[in-house]
Design a protein around this ligand. Sequence first.
Ligand SMILES: [Zn+2]
Length: 65
Amino acid sequence: MIKLIKHGNYRTCSCYNCGCIFTFEKEDVTTEDLGKNEYVTRVQCPDCRKMNTVNLTGGWNAETV
Ligand SMILES: [Zn+2]
């Protein structure tokens, strides 16, 4: 039987602080300008509210960093 686990526009992230796993969309990502053309992308953990830095380079392929 084929089951849909999650829709394709969601990415998962494992929180560095509390260890929970959550999904997020592009709209949830905050881009922070560090200057000198450097950016970090962050997403807030829905559980502990800590900001997790995610690597979205190479398109919409998030990796926890
Ligand atoms: Zn957390």
